[in-house]
Design a protein around this ligand. Structure first.
Ligand code: SF4
Length: 229
């Protein structure tokens, strides 16, 4: 998005998260049932997005982590990725409070909402193309229900490609690249011009291997802050 122009404000559309027993992805439904037995204290359901629909920035991750969001019930909460993401949000003014790795830690997001391309935890963190496509309808409805949305920050290629497809574009026309900024438009979403920022996923693997450093992560958020101001 070259100018980061705000989307025309409209009355928010209704948006419903999937039910706790969403059965659109049979493999994930089976995994959920298994996890409810193996990890009875966990959330073990589609993890709802965190933050207000009035937000200007929507962060889109891959999917809940088994011992993170799937356990706590809040995106990126309780595992390594959250330990990277939430402090970054606090440093750049997109969150207020203290991040304590629990859904009830009182942390509040500012102008920001966090969601996932896939809302149920997948085995080995690897959703199938069919599962990504099935859950895209929830992401599409969520985006359509955000009247003040200006930009999406996609953490990783899966989130990026799902968002690009959601806007009716071909992934080849908008290749994922860390640090890239794309402009998206969609007649399906009332011709809203939105910015799409790409960032490597803040996973333990990416940070341990140096694929993503805190400096690189901060640079992405600093750019968004500058574009919003
Ligand atoms: S991943 Fe999404 S579409 Fe698939 S079962 Fe979970 S909530 Fe439903």
């Amino acid at each position: 998005m070259q100018g980061g122009a705000p989307v025309t404000t409209a009355a928010p559309l209704s948006f419903s998260e999937p039910g706790r027993d969403c059965s659109l992805c049979p493999r994930l439904e089976t995994f959920r049932r298994d996890n409810r037995r193996a990890l009875p204290d966990g959330f073990n359901a589609p993890v709802p997005a965190f933050g207000s629909l009035d937000a200007e920035l929507l962060i889109v991750g891959l999917a809940p982590g088994l011992h993170g969001a799937n356990r706590t019930g809040r995106p990126f909460t309780g595992d390594w990725a959250g330990d990277m993401l939430y402090p970054a949000l606090l440093r750049h003014g997109f969150a207020q409070g203290d991040y304590c790795e629990r859904a009830d830690d009182g942390l509040r997001l500012r102008k920001c909402r966090i969601s996932n391309a896939v809302r149920c935890v997948p085995p080995q963190n690897k959703p199938t193309p069919g599962e990504i496509a099935a859950c895209r309808s929830f992401l599409a409805n969520e985006i359509a229900a955000m009247p003040n949305l200006r930009a999406l920050l996609c953490l990783g290629r899966v989130a990026h490609d799902s968002v690009v497809r959601l806007f009716g574009a071909k992934a080849k026309a908008f290749p994922f690249a860390h640090g890239a900024k794309h402009r998206l438009e969609s007649h399906r979403l009332e011709s809203r011009g939105l910015a799409l920022y790409d960032c490597y996923h803040c996973s333990r693997y990416n940070t341990n291997t140096g694929v993503l450093t805190q400096e690189m992560f901060d640079a992405v958020f600093a750019r968004i802050v500058a574009d919003f101001s």
